[in-house]
Design a protein around this ligand. Structure first.
Ligand SMILES: NC(=O)c1ccc[n+]([C@@H]2O[C@H](COP(=O)([O-])OP(=O)(O)OC[C@H]3O[C@@H](n4cnc5c(N)ncnc54)[C@H](OP(=O)(O)O)[C@@H]3O)[C@@H](O)[C@H]2O)c1
Length: 291
């Protein structure tokens, strides 16, 4: 009888990656305040003191480290029976021209934004399937559906997250697991500064044909959040947290939640324009290397 009651208990415990700052941090706070049991994680469990005070349990989780991912999932399973909700949030932009980014940095970008998300999903699914309930929330971006020059590798990871989520949504639905993609536009966090910080790239040749381009990409990455019409349509991390709450609370969540006016505007613009018209729009905003 006791065993049957144990089996009947469905864990809705939330595991979130990348809670040291930005969207992950605010989502952990928001969900804990709304009464969810939240396991907030970061590399080395650093920067989580406020979240512990807000009622979260802090765990070490580096999405590029198999042992730390496994230990974090095992700990939640030990305490709760299963991870009920996985929020794959950790991520960054390895910006720079395709030719200029060294392959080890390209691999590191995919290791964090794609392979970490995939592996963690593999680790939580057995528990979700066993209890026949689960939610996997994947942080993509409007950049999972459109591409800006100088961000090719980041966009490639987010396009991959979109494709993987579409496959997974079909594959696990029958087990009671829903998969949701969240597509933020510009959200005011440390994201743009981290992207610019990743751009200290060696010249591809002595004359550095990408110098002006890289400078423009770095400037544009920061300014997009600060000036102009798109900045006015930027969102706050709590807007993303609210969309995630909606996605994990809804009886039948949507496949995708777009967050912020900037995402809505740019995604509809991209859908309307031909490739040639989109490239013309980009040429008006970025210097073309080699011209
Ligand atoms: N802000 C935006 O405009 C925007 C728009 C669309 C999508 N997004 C997506 O939203 C997610 C969160 O970004 P954010 O805006 O909140 O940026 P952020 O403030 O820079 O936060 C990124 C988080 O990811 C963590 N992280 C990076 N590598 C990690 C790893 N190997 N293991 C575990 N955690 C790692 C960082 O931890 P450390 O402190 O240890 O580096 C940090 O906590 C990302 O997936 C991003 O692509 C952001």
């Amino acid at each position: 009888m006791a065993n049957e009651m144990e089996r009947a208990k469905v864990s809705k415990a939330v595991l979130i990656t990348g809670c040291s700052s930005g969207i992950g941090r605010v989502t952990a706070q928001h969900l804990a305040a709304a009464g969810w049991k939240v396991y907030a994680t970061s590399r080395g469990a650093r920067g989580l003191e406020d979240l512990i005070a807000a009622g979260c349990v802090a765990l070490d989780l580096d999405v590029t480290d198999e042992a730390s991912m496994k230990a974090a999932v095992d700990e939640v399973v030990r305490r709760e029976g299963a991870v009920g909700v996985l929020i794959n949030n950790a991520g960054y932009s390895q910006s720079g021209a395709i030719e200029a980014v060294p392959m080890e940095r390209v691999r590191a970008q995919f290791e964090t934004n794609v392979f970490g998300l995939v592996r963690l999903t593999q680790l939580v699914l057995p528990g979700m399937r066993a209890q026949r309930w689960g939610r996997v929330v994947n942080l993509s971006s409007m950049g999972g559906k459109l591409t800006f020059p100088g961000g090719g590798y980041y966009h490639a990871t987010k396009h991959a997250v979109e494709a993987l989520s579409d496959a997974l949504r079909f594959e696990v639905r029958g087990f009671g697991v829903d998969v949701v993609v969240v597509e933020p536009g510009l959200i005011r966090t440390g994201f743009s500064k981290a992207a610019v910080g990743q751009m200290g790239l060696a010249p591809v040749s002595p004359d550095d044909p990408y110098r002006a381009f890289h400078e423009a990409v770095a400037r544009g990455t920061v300014e997009a959040y600060e000036k102009g019409p798109l900045a006015r349509l930027a969102g706050e991390p709590v807007d993303v947290a609210r969309a995630i709450e909606k996605a994990i609370t809804a009886a039948k969540p949507r496949a995708r939640y777009t967050v912020s006016g900037s995402a809505k505007l740019l995604l509809s613009q991209r859908a309307l324009l031909s490739d040639a018209a989109w490239d013309r729009f980009l040429r008006g905003n970025f210097p073309s290397p080699g011209e």
